[in-house]
Structures are given as structure tokens and as C-alpha cells.
Design a binder for this molecule. Sequence first.
Ligand code: SF4
Ligand code: SF4
Length: 165
Amino acid sequence: MSEEKKNSPINVSELDSKFKYEVSEQPGGENLTLCFSCGICTAGCPVTEVEGEYNPRKLIRMILLGMKEEVLSSNLIWLCSLCYTCYARCPQNVKFTDIMGVLRDMAVREKYVDSSFVKNIDEIDRLSQQIRHQMVRAIFPQKKENKSIDQKELVKMALKNLDKE
Ligand code: SF4
Ligand code: SF4
């Protein structure tokens, strides 16, 4: 979302009242309208922790309001790590992770992004899983010791091990 868009008031004439139906008609989007805006998803989201602009509850409100252009052109929909924490904790079974999949598919289909961009995102996801895997492996020897761990050192070790693969 651009800085100007983010701070500008909502223009009612630009809203697309069909957007929420388009999303909820797709497999994975069926429970969109069950959201009662409690914010539990946002409170537990690991991406929100590092990127304050990223807010699942707000994204759902934007879909329900019909802010199609803003949502599908936003960089924010590509930040989700698809960890399913919000999915597991939502009291309304909204299945936000699946909604994110619907939004990404729509963004590609409607040419808000190029398919090569999606390929890059997939590669980043794969690489971040490999880094996590190496970091966890690196702390195995310390399982029984009560040592504090330098996370930055772990990242360096993980990257070094990835280079050797
Ligand atoms: S946890 Fe579920 S009901 Fe609550 S805001 Fe998030 S999606 Fe909506
Ligand atoms: S699936 Fe996405 S939105 Fe949900 S908690 Fe994980 S990162 Fe956040």
C-alpha cells in the first residue's frame, strides 16, 4: 500500500461491494464474513511482531469494506509466512491463512503482480525454511545445557551450513 493511500480517507465511490463475495466464493474464502473483528489473529501473528503495518484483522475489514484495489495491490499480502497460527486460534474459524491464498491467487490472476514475483516469494519461503532447519539443528547439542543462545551466531552458522549443502 502506498504511503499516500495509507493515509488518505476511504473514497466510497472507489469501493467494490462485490469484492467480499469474490473472495468468499473461492475455496478457502468461505468463512470470511464470520469474522467479528476480535483481533486474536493479529495479536498472535509473528509477522505483525516484526512489521507493525501488517495486520490480519485490518486486512479482513478492508476486504469486507470492498477495498479491492488497495488489498490486491498491497505488498502486505506477500508478507504472510503461512504459519497457520491465526488459523488455529480464530474463535470464528475464519481460516485467514486460506483467505491469504485466495488473495494471492486473485492478485496474480488479475495482474496485480507478475508470476515471476510469486516464484521469487516461493523461493524465499523455501530458503527461510532451510535456514530455520539449520538453526534448530545447530542448537541440538545444547539441549541439556541451560545456555543462552546468540541468535545472530545461529543465523551465521545456518548460512555457512547451507553453503556446504
Ligand atoms: S481471530 Fe478470527 S474473528 Fe478474530 S479478527 Fe481474526 S479472523 Fe476475525
Ligand atoms: S498465517 Fe500469516 S497472518 Fe496468520 S499468523 Fe501466520 S503469518 Fe500471521
